[in-house]
Design a protein around this ligand. Sequence first.
Ligand code: CUA
Length: 159
Amino acid sequence: MFKNIHLPRYERIWLTIGIGSLFVFLTVLGILAIGLGLQPPGHMNTISPEAVKTSTPFNKPNIVKVGPNEYRATMVAQMFSYTPDHLEVPAGSTVHFQVTSPDVVHGLYVPNTNVNIMVVPGHITEFTYTFKNPGDYLMLCHEYCGTGHHIMMGKLKVT
Ligand code: CUA
């Protein structure tokens, strides 16, 4: 390698190691991404963005009790609001979020918790969190989604 270019010997060795390791990393990345079907965390199921408003469960976004201290929040994040934009659960509740978007990429971030969801059109993002501490929480969009991005928010009340 680099036989026709006049480079100091060590330069040549290091260039070879550098380029070699680049190929190793790209190969590993390629195997992980394509071979093992790697994708962003929580994006298990897909949905056509055009079908969000008309197909179950996202045609009726809501929060329902699915067990003792357990809720399922089916949410749509769209320019520039959440549906529903107000959730209320008793303290100690485990909430299974499933969120999708009919338009562009949004976020769903609840400060002071681990809820930090990226909502990608075409994907259903799932995330589970147990709200132990009572209080008024905000649901904020933390992915820039357009001119109304800064007003996109909702409320989550833990009673
Ligand atoms: Cu939705 Cu930013």
